[in-house]
Write a protein that binds this ligand. Structure first.
Ligand code: CTP
Ligand code: MG
Length: 168
């Protein structure tokens, strides 16, 4: 197969595809603060999501994810509806992760390997998958690696910039 086509299908296209989910996952770190989504309500005596999941964070996340979809739209029209599902999915995964952590009495912001790095990613892809246009299996494998690396780097960066209390 042509070298450039291989580079495109396994690296460039997967990044274009997943970008709305990355934007949706990163936006709350910059814009999220204020009232918590769960309004401090509890389930089984435990906070549903905790103070770190905010209304502003969720709204910023959906907006940023869809903005990426709008930027990609002229080149990849199908990415607009896909970006909506990726943004919604990223938040479903993130909130589900926090819910599971709170139920398991994990402290707010404390790290749980795999769940923290891949919760948003898996949920985003599962929700968007029915619309098709997924990267091929090598592209998905590349994204799994990229997501793990980026998560470590961006969270440490955000911690250094004092945007985040903990480095994960
Ligand atoms: N954030 C937010 N609203 C959201 C999601 C995230 O305001 N819906 C902000 C919070 O400031 C949070 C930061 O983005 O601290 C990073 O998000 P994340 O790592 O997902 O949350 P954690 O702080 O690790 O909390 P948890 O233990 O619930 O995962
Ligand atoms: Mg976290």
């Amino acid at each position: 197969m042509d070298y450039y086509l291989l580079l495109y299908t396994t690296i460039l296209y997967p990044i274009i595809y997943i970008f709305p989910a990355y934007a949706a996952n990163g936006a709350p770190v910059l814009f999220g603060r204020g009232s918590p989504l769960d309004r401090k309500k509890k389930i089984n005596g435990k906070r549903i999501f905790g103070d770190n999941k905010t209304v502003r964070g969720l709204v910023a996340s959906l907006i940023c994810g869809i903005i990426v979809g709008l930027i990609e739209f002229p080149f990849f029209p199908y990415m607009l509806p896909i970006s909506v599902l990726l943004a919604v999915g990223a938040n479903v995964g993130d909130l589900l992760g926090s819910f599971m952590k709170r139920q398991a009495n994990e402290q707010i912001g404390r790290g749980v390997p795999i769940l923290d790095q891949y919760g948003f990613f898996v949920a985003a892809i599962l929700l968007a998958a029915p619309l098709g246009h997924l990267p091929n299996i090598y592209g998905i494998a590349f994204l799994v690696a990229l997501t793990g690396i980026l998560h470590v780097l961006t969270n440490r960066g955000a911690h250094l910039l004092r945007l985040k209390k903990v480095p994960w």
